[in-house]
Design a protein around this ligand. Sequence first.
Ligand SMILES: [Zn+2]
Length: 136
Amino acid sequence: MSAMVVEAPHSIDEFVKGYEEVGKLRGFRCANCGLVTATWGLACSRCGRYPLDEAELSPNGRVAAFTILTVPGDEFLNDAPYAYVVVDLDGGGRITGWMPSVKTENGLAIGDRVRFVTSYRPGVQFAKASEGSTSE
Ligand SMILES: [Zn+2]
């Protein structure tokens, strides 16, 4: 007997390229139980179905949690302080990202509307829904 080896139908590189170059947030939707997740994986974390279907996630959501990072990694040194956010996307999927426009704890609140913005910078960048060209 040998363990079954499954081939990954989706690559993490494609996900990173999706949000860094194409401006899309990629995730998965389970055809069995309907779970929508932004977490890369092979099988549904709720019902175990394999494989999962790729789905484009909404660029809009609400802040579920955040903290202000003052001592970031090298790539973000010139941006500190900024908010590191956990966002619940409309229609499902929870994702982490960063908001360079938020410099203090008073600059953001749980439940605030935010939107994903395409950036040449690494990571998933968000802005307040009220900022910039796209408004709700
Ligand atoms: Zn499922």
